[in-house]
Design a protein around this ligand. Structure first.
Ligand SMILES: Cc1cc2nc3c(=O)[nH]c(=O)nc-3n(C[C@H](O)[C@H](O)[C@H](O)COP(=O)(O)OP(=O)(O)OC[C@H]3O[C@@H](n4cnc5c(N)ncnc54)[C@H](O)[C@@H]3O)c2cc1C
Length: 338
């Protein structure tokens, strides 16, 4: 059933938990409902935005003068199964971590390192979510969509999604053109565990490690480092880690010998944005109710009744100071919503 709400508070529907209202909030449960909505005057005459759990969004104003379109398409079904793997189709409106928990309970490996990432299945395929050395592109088989202009369904095979670091074709070339309705993932029945990232291995028990052990360890680490949206609003990592040319890194290293980096390829390195922000002195600093998270400078939080303008101003001040200090441009990972 289609649900339409007008002048609707979305404070609890985005993880920054700021006082934002949507002119309309519309929810649908099936692909046919979505297609009929796309034909409606409401969507033809107003701007609209597909949203999932609102965990990577920064509404820049206290009112969104359009339609927020939320998928409540549910369902998990097996498309293919062999002795070694299973391909499962999952509705875009399923909470991502519920799906991860389901995979772990079934003994299917591949998603466990991505435990506890907020948000829903549809956005996982748009954002190419990643954590602990794994990206969702590693397990995505195909992505089912509806084209906004025509209402036609289209299935994108994994290579067609052009996945990169926190990016996909749906965030770039095809931005605003397709709505994801379901995602199929390929999971392993005899999983290869990925344990050599950060402090994951140290958080695991001795001996044989199960998928449930990995999930539990990942959740434990994440809870200790990241704010829980219900306690302190945020959108996770606010900025992406910048990728810079090796020569620029070598020059900077003469002045900042302890600057961490990860090799991307022969000509580029990635520098942790959190380190840059920390070294510019931003830890714990605030603008209005918005602040830089004490435990992780990459995260901006709604510390005390923040308004969208507080977060926008703080982010811009941080961006400028990193640019002036290091000559490095940091770009938001969070989607700014006008
Ligand atoms: C505390 C915290 C920790 C986080 N940790 C991580 C992390 O470790 N790794 C990581 O990658 N991310 C992380 N994130 C960011 C966030 O969880 C992901 O980006 C997630 O995929 C967003 O999902 P969502 O359903 O909330 O999408 P939303 O924030 O609602 O939307 C994100 C984007 O996807 C688009 N979109 C949503 N649904 C659809 C759809 N059905 N069809 C087409 N477009 C759609 C929206 O228009 C928007 O552009 C974290 C966020 C928080 C708050």
């Amino acid at each position: 059933m289609i649900k339409v709400k007008e002048n609707y508070s979305i404070k609890e529907l985005h993880t920054f938990r700021m006082p934002v209202y949507a002119r309309w909030f519309v929810e649908y449960e099936t692909v046919d409902e979505l297609r009929s909505l796309l034909q409606s005057d409401l969507l033809k005459q107003n701007k609209f935005l597909p949203i999932g759990g609102g965990s990577n969004l920064l509404f820049v104003r206290e009112r969104y003068e359009g339609v927020l379109l939320h998928s409540a398409i549910k369902g998990i079904s097996i498309l293919q199964e062999t002795e070694s793997e299973v391909v499962v189709k999952v509705g875009a409106g399923i909470v991502w971590d519920d799906f991860v928990a389901y995979c772990v309970s079934q003994g299917w490996g591949g998603a466990e390192n991505l435990s506890y990432i907020p948000g829903e299945v549809g956005a996982s395929a748009v954002q190419n979510i990643g954590a602990y050395g794994v990206e969702v592109k590693d397990i995505i088989h195909e992505v089912e969509t509806v084209e906004i202009a025509t209402g036609a369904t289209r299935v994108f095979q994994n290579p067609e999604c052009e996945y990169g670091y926190r990016s996909s074709i749906f965030k770039h070339e095809l931005k605003g053109k397709y709505i994801v309705t379901a995602v199929s993932y390929r999971l392993q029945k005899t999983p290869t565990l990925h344990l050599d990232y950060g402090n994951l291995r140290n958080s695991l028990p001795e001996g044989d490690i199960t998928l449930a052990d990995v999930r539990e360890a990942v959740i434990g680490i994440r809870r200790s480092k990241l704010p829980e949206p219900d306690e302190c609003g945020s959108a996770g990592s606010f900025f992406m880690n910048p990728v810079i040319p090796v020569e620029q890194y070598e020059r900077l290293k003469t002045t900042y010998p302890d600057m961490p980096h990860y090799v991307v390829d022969e000509t580029h390195v990635k520098v942790p944005a959190g380190w840059l922000i920390d070294r510019c002195g931003w830890k714990g600093k605030s603008v209005g109710g918005a602040a830089v998270y004490e435990k992780q400078c990459l995260v901006l939080v709604n510390k005390h009744n923040a308004l969208p303008s507080d977060v926008v101003t703080l982010a811009e001040m941080i961006r400028q100071s990193v640019q002036e200090t290091y000559g490095i441009t940091i770009n938001p990972e969070v989607n700014y919503i006008e």
